[in-house]
Design a protein around this ligand. Structure first.
Ligand code: ANZ
Ligand code: ZN
Length: 845
């Protein structure tokens, strides 16, 4: 075995690729291809989970290049944000030092892996030349009414000491530090993503290349719900009390009303009554509990009577108003009509507080359900379809029909309106932390909120801050010479907005900056971006389904409306990859769980690292890193190298004629073309593991063929007939040549080395990936050796995967086989599909 000097070879080609600028992006592109992996939070070392993400994009880049595309494959750093800041606080240095040294380490790792990035377009969000455009965009959003400030209950993370967007609260916990998120009333900046709710929903139907599960998650997150608002009336004041319901067919069954503890009206409804204090205490107590917990379907419901009543506009009934913990302040109007007979939460609440239950939908009487519902004996709400009852002029209507009829009636009488509600809320974008983009707004006591003039951008994040640790209010408010400024409008004393932006703002448009990374007039020039967009393949984690992957679609649509982009969606094909686990735990830089790219590559080489993460599982599935994960692929690379060293002179690149007669040469030719087809098909469908498996099988074919061609092998195992002689090495040399191309997307270093060893001086990536010979692929035959008592006696050329009984028949009928079985008892026939027949005989007694 020739030893593969992997370190020397890989380093040599990496250097050569960089010098030659092999991965530089051509402008303007002829046939464009834009492949992108989500950029990285540089929060420490890089593990094999990262390697997997980037290898996937790298394979696709190389494959498309070898199909003649002009490709863009950039990379950058999501460099602002809490993890960097928290880590820096822990290590006692500045977030910038920590972030930039982390970036250097990660960049070195990516280069060690041989990932094909165009580093001329590197983007770092913590650099002023990037974040100034966050500020520019913020102001544009403000001018369009898409950025606004309001006081509202916000998600507050006591651990991170900052507010969070809804998208950053996972099951009631902070997505970063897993603290219980609280509600606090604060004045914050929001982006009006709700104005785009319908378009974000409709756009999903135009994305056949997105995984269904991601689209479903986004649809649920946006949560469109059709129903109506009905104006109940406060019994004493006559004030309107609008509620949102999807079930107007149950309006005659309302027996109480409920307000969310954080609804506007909840604060004032009991004012001046003897219940005021009790109600206030209740609200305060309930708001301390996580929203997720108190609004869960299951679990005890809690409420308090406000002392007030509302009048049902249809029936004139007076019903009590409660504040109830299960009502969401941020959905619909924050107030509900409750129908205990037909809504389970209302039912439980009514039982607990002894509120009457009134049935207004009866199930169709059937032999299974002969009895009408009786509130006294009900043990749960009846939530299925039925016939309206106790509902005056609507009695007898199927309830689904009744929904439309009741809405029609309400609209006609001016008592309600049809509405569509979305669960999606406006995006809270201000943060009270230090390490982020300063919000480019000035607060003037005279002029109000004034944007920083464009010529004064960027508003630089002050570098020398004595104490940037979070203390529950904005860190930058404590930086005197930053905070105090003058108003651009009136010139008077004013203050800067001390908050920084959510880093998801940074990541909402970075993919656009790559198309024009050095522009100092605009975030990007529209014609440049439009050349490359949409992103053809976008690769990243499923955890971004309802965060980043909605936000960047929102930004894209806004920029489309600003006439800066011609497309309406940022990306056509999305790939969410599974996570890499080590001993049952997800690899994680911050938790120091992982196989580290730098260490691994130094020991095994980049090509082994790439194959190890690509071969273990399809990209969308998770994988477990095992000690032997790299062993098989390492052996594959070593065997390839040896085979080529042994046969370097044989390698040819000019097409050979298809061998016309059955035999090993023809077989090899067929296998070659099958392999080319398989690899190409699998690359199209992102099945890298099976493509690599096909290459491994093909290596077996080549090795077997090579072993038959040695003089020794020919002597020991003479061809059974002159027609089947494997003498020609023409096909073999050609197959080796073709294999170099097929390896290039997966093991670029080895492929480049072999390409140059066989007399080339350009890069293999500048070549076209060969196509297969369709005639050879159809012509799918195998040659099967037939042994009698373990000795080769003949070969059968048959259709691949021929059923066993037929093979048996053919083998036993073969004239050469019969010479050895004549007068013998056939004891058994062993058949290894497509590989071998062995006939075991014994002398007749
Ligand atoms: C009366 C009713 C009767 C309801 C019935 C349901 C069944 P979706 O589909 O999610 O939009 N609701 C409205 N606003 C709410 C809030 N802020 N917090 C909690 N619940 C709220 O659900 C709409 C239904 O959820 C509405 O229809 C309302 O209850 C409740 F037999 O109104 B329904
Ligand atoms: Zn937190």
């Amino acid at each position: 075995m020739a030893d593969y000097p992997v370190r020397e070879v890989e380093a040599r080609w990496q250097k050569w690729w960089a010098e030659r600028g092999v991965y530089r992006t051509p402008e303007p592109p002829n046939r464009k291809y834009y492949v992108l992996e989500m950029f990285l939070y540089p929060s420490g070392d890089m593990h094999m989970g990262h390697a997997r993400n980037y290898s996937i994009g790298d394979v696709m880049y190389r494959y498309r290049r070898m199909q003649g595309f002009d490709a863009l494959h950039p990379f950058g750093w999501d460099a602002f944000g809490l993890p960097a800041e928290n880590a820096a606080i822990k290590h006692g240095n500045h977030p910038a030092d920590w972030t930039f040294s982390s970036i250097d380490l990660c960049r070195r790792n990516l280069n060690l892996l041989g990932i094909s990035y165009d580093w001329d377009r590197e983007v770092t969000t913590a650099n002023p030349d990037y974040y100034r455009w966050n500020q520019w965009l913020f102001i544009k959003f403000f001018e369009r009414g898409l950025a606004y400030r309001k006081e509202a209950y916000a998600n507050w993370c006591p651990g991170c000491q900052t507010v969070l967007a809804n998208e950053q609260v996972e099951e009631g916990l902070c997505y970063r530090c897993k603290s219980n998120v609280e509600k606090r009333k604060l004045t914050q900046w929001f982006f009006k993503i709700t104005e785009y709710a319908q378009r974000l929903l409709d756009g999903l139907d135009t994305l056949p290349g997105w995984p269904e599960n991601v689209k479903t998650m986004q649809r649920n997150w946006i949560g469109r719900s059709e129903g109506c608002e009905v104006d109940f009336v406060l019994a004493d004041s006559g004030e309107k009390f609008p509620i949102f319901t999807t079930r107007p067919d149950t309006l005659f069954g309302v027996t109480f009303m409920a307000l969310a503890p954080d609804a506007q009206l909840a604060e004032t409804i009991a004012k001046g009554t003897d219940r005021e204090k009790e109600v206030r205490d209740f609200i305060q107590r309930v708001l301390q509990r996580p929203e997720i917990e108190r609004t869960a379907q299951t679990g005890d419901k809690e409420g308090i009577f406000t002392g007030k009543y509302a009048t049902n506009p249809l029936t004139g009934d007076r019903v009590p108003i409660y504040i109830a913990d299960f009502v969401l302040g941020s959905y619909g109007t924050g107030m509900i009509m409750a129908v205990p007979a037909h809504d389970q939460r209302d039912f439980e609440f009514a039982r607990k507080y002894k509120i009457p239950i009134k049935v207004v939908i009866q199930p169709q009487a059937t032999s299974h359900k002969p009895q009408a519902l009786d509130p006294a004996s009900m043990t749960a709400a009846y939530v299925d379809e039925g016939i309206m009852t106790n509902s005056r002029q609507f009695d007898g209507l199927p309830n689904l029909e009744g929904i439309g009829k009741v809405i029609g009636f309400l609209v006609e009488k001016g008592l309600g309106r049809k509405v569509v509600n979305y669960r999606l809320k406006d995006w809270l974008v201000s943060r009270q932390r230090y390490w982020g983009t300063p919000i480019p707004m000035i607060h003037c006591p005279k002029c109000g909120i004034v944007p920083v003039p464009e010529k004064d951008l960027p508003v630089l994040l002050p570098r020398n801050v004595k104490d940037y640790r979070p203390k529950g209010k904005s860190v930058l408010a404590g930086v005197e010479d930053f905070y105090h400024t003058t108003c651009p409008k009136c010139g008077g004393k004013a203050t800067r907005d001390p908050d920084t932006m959510d880093t998801f703002v940074d990541s909402s448009w970075y993919y656009l900056r790559y198309t024009d990374a050095h522009n100092d007039k605009l975030p990007f020039a529209p014609d440049r971006a439009n050349r490359w967009l949409p992103i053809d393949d976008y690769i990243g984690g499923i955890e971004h389904a309802c965060g980043h992957l909605i936000f960047f679609r929102f930004f894209h649509k806004v920029l489309h409306d600003m006439a800066m982009l011609s497309t309406d969606e940022p990306n056509t094909r999305l790939h969410t990859h599974g996570l890499v686990h080590l001993e049952g735990k997800v690899m994680s830089s911050s938790k120091r769980i992982g196989i580290w790219v730098g260490d691994f590559v130094k020991e095994h080489g980049a090509d082994v690292a790439r194959l190890a993460v690509l071969f273990a599982a399809p990209p969308d599935k998770g994988m477990d890193w095992q000690a032997d994960t790299p062993i098989g692929v390492g052996r594959f690379i070593a065997r390839l190298y040896t085979l080529f060293q042994d046969n370097l002179k044989t390698v040819t690149f000019d097409p050979v004629p298809r061998p016309q007669t059955p035999g090993p040469a023809q077989h090899l030719y067929i296998r070659l073309n099958q392999t080319i087809k398989k690899v190409r098909d699998d690359l199209e469908s992102f099945q890298f593991n099976t493509a690599i498996a096909a290459l491994m099988e093909f290596l077996n074919d080549l090795t077997e063929y090579a072993s038959r061609m040695t003089p020794n092998a020919l002597r020991q195992n003479p061809p059974a007939s002159s027609v089947e002689r494997p003498a020609s090495s023409e096909v073999f040399g050609f197959a080796l040549g073709r294999l170099i191309y097929l390896l290039a997307p997966f093991t670029p270093h080895l492929a480049e080395e072999l390409w140059h060893q066989t007399g080339h001086s350009d890069s293999i990536i500048e070549q076209r990936l060969p196509d297969y010979d369709p005639a050879a692929v159809q012509f799918d035959q195998v040659e099967i050796p037939v042994q009698v008592n373990g000795k080769l006696r003949s070969r059968l050329v048959v259709a691949r995967r021929l059923p066993e009984p037929e093979i048996r028949k053919l083998a036993l009928a073969d004239s050469k086989v019969q010479e050895y079985t004549k007068g013998q008892n056939v004891m058994k026939v062993i058949y290894i599909p497509d590989r071998l027949v062995n006939i075991v005989v014994s002398r007749k007694q």
